[in-house]
Design a binder for this molecule. Structure first.
Ligand code: LLP
Length: 380
């Protein structure tokens, strides 16, 4: 990042910076490793929906994974093919379902029995046949932060296996629905690949259950969730995609002609983004010092919301090490990016980088305190 310091000094802070070379390297690796097994990757655009980033996904041949009507519209604008778009979400509105139907998207990931009935009704009205996958709650523990674990029976997501007989009965009556797949997603920022092994074994059992009822679907979607290294963003600038895809190849029992789909968000874009911010004031405290910066929880809410850690670097100081709490300007005590961090001596005007903010950073920004929304800049 050193080579960009002069550029950073000339730009209005705070802003998001995207290293497009790293993004390209990451996507090329994902493509290489997933192609080995003919796996198909959909990019979860909720992680970062900026057009230059989406365009790179399209160039690499990925599909998109959407959770709102606007995300479907944005995907189409960016050049994703309609037949490569999946649409998930526990609360799809009628209007959003119609956007999916009118654009003949690849698949709706259906999360409940009432949703199935509504899609059927809207599809018959529009004279469409809706392709759907049942999002099944596999009841697998992803061992991640409780706000971002999704695959347990107590979560609001997906259909539980004990409801499945009723769903199959309803499906028989839904003439405007074509069941093409099963969908699973167990959570996000998963660092232990064993959780995904647990998912594969559970999917195998669930497939047996369907097979016993003469149902074999063409598509198995195993969701996303692969985590990134927030502590060592340079040493581990990419997750271990090779082992990740190999694990699914080794443990997931795929029937002939079945295609396996993934919905990765964070793993594709997390490391390429940094939030660049300027130090406004340094306040000397008793136990620590406060570096008050011009970015806050309005630009990056992850630390306040999930106690997430983002590595912070002072790009403009080489002074002696001192201890700082790095805090934002918002009137909330949770507006804090890190406590008791060791940084080189920091002064007003220094530029800091909050690393690994490419996923769930810019997209979760708000204008609380009537703050302006930070801009994005790209390395090329
Ligand atoms: N598929 C489904 C159904 C999902 O719910 C999600 C993420 C993904 C795929 C993509 O997951 P990923 O590969 O990015 O882990 N805002 C939180 C993360 C929320 C994730 C929501 N669902 C954070 O900042 O950590």
């Amino acid at each position: 990042m050193e080579k960009y310091i002069e550029k950073f000094k000339s730009l209005k802070t705070p802003f998001y910076w995207y290293d497009m070379e790293l993004l390209e390297e990451t996507l090329a690796k994902v493509k290489q490793e997933s192609d080995k097994y003919n796996f198909h990757v959909h990019y979860a655009i909720k992680a970062n929906a900026n057009l230059p980033i989406l365009e790179k996904m399209v160039l690499h041949g990925f599909g998109s994974d959407c959770v709102s009507g606007n995300e479907i519209t944005r995907s189409l604008e960016a050049g994703f093919k309609n037949n490569d778009i999946v649409f998930a979400g526990v609360g799809k509105s009628d209007e959003e379902i119609c956007i999916g139907l009118e654009n003949d998207i690849f698949c709706f990931n259906v999360e409940s029995l009432p949703e199935l009935e509504v899609i059927n009704e809207l599809a018959s009205k529009l004279g469409k046949l809706a392709k759907i996958a049942l999002r099944i709650n596999p009841n697998v523990n992803a061992s991640t932060h409780h706000y971002i674990t999704t695959g347990l029976e107590e979560n609001k997501f997906g259909i539980n296996m004990w409801e499945m007989e009723d769903v199959l009965l309803a499906l028989d009556k839904c003439k405007a629905i074509n069941l093409i797949g099963l969908h699973f997603h167990i959570g996000s920022q998963i660092m232990d690949l064993l959780s995904f092994k647990g998912l594969c074994l559970r999917v195998n059992e669930i497939q047996e259950w369907f097979f016993a009822r003469q149902i074999i679907v063409d598509h198995i979607n195993v969701g996303g969730g692969l985590g990134i290294d927030y502590v060592h963003p340079d040493e581990n600038s990419m997750p271990d995609f090779k082992s990740y895809f190999k694990l699914f190849h080794d443990f997931l029992e795929v029937r002939p002609k079945q295609k396996v789909h993934f919905e990765l968000g964070r793993a594709l874009v997390g490391q390429c983004g940094s939030l660049i911010t300027k130090v406004l004031y340094v306040k000397n405290g008793v136990k620590t010092n406060f570096a008050i910066v011009d970015a806050g929880m309005t630009e990056l809410i992850r630390p306040a919301l999930y106690q997430a850690t983002h590595t912070i670097e002072n790009l403009t100081s080489k002074g002696c090490s001192k201890k700082y709490d790095v805090v934002g300007p918002i009137c909330e005590s949770s507006d804090c990016f890190g406590k008791a961090l060791i940084l080189p001596e920091t002064k007003r005007g220094d530029i800091l980088a909050l690393r690994s903010t490419g996923a769930y950073g810019e997209v979760m920004a708000s204008s609380y305190n009537l703050r302006s929304i930070a801009l994005a800049h790209y390395s090329k």
